[in-house]
Design a protein around this ligand. Sequence first.
Ligand code: CMP
Length: 143
Amino acid sequence: MERSFVMIKPDGVQRGLIGEIISRFERKGLKMLAARFECLPEDRVAAQYNEHLEKPFFPGLKTYIMSGPVFLMVWEGKNAVGIIRSLVGATNPVEAVPGTIRGDFAVDIGRNVIHASDSPASGEREIAIHFGSDDLVAYSGIA
Ligand code: CMP
């Protein structure tokens, strides 16, 4: 069973897309293990995006992610990382296919509504940045 970290970014929260996004994941058959609504501190934004620290867009990305509350989640399921990435769509909304979250709700790569882990290893790394093992709730579900 795979786990993925998912973050609804400040633009997704402000636009009232939390329920829509959770609903898409639930209907697909994935299982939520943890969720938290908060404003991220700078150190966790840097840890989350450590591969982008030197990129020219990082200062703007950091300001945007810290501009309001985000909704953090852990999802589990068979092939959860790949399935969630296919539901989320391409990073650049110009390339995101209609029917995906970014394809339906985003137009700007800098305001692309949602982040999801790009590999199972990234999933475990990102989950550990934001959640402790006690935060992950074990229960029986369909996934
Ligand atoms: P995300 O999936 O959260 O992973 C890294 C984020 O960096 C990405 O979504 C975008 O929001 C952002 N990003 C990537 N490339 C660019 C870019 N060229 N300009 C602005 N933001 C970018």
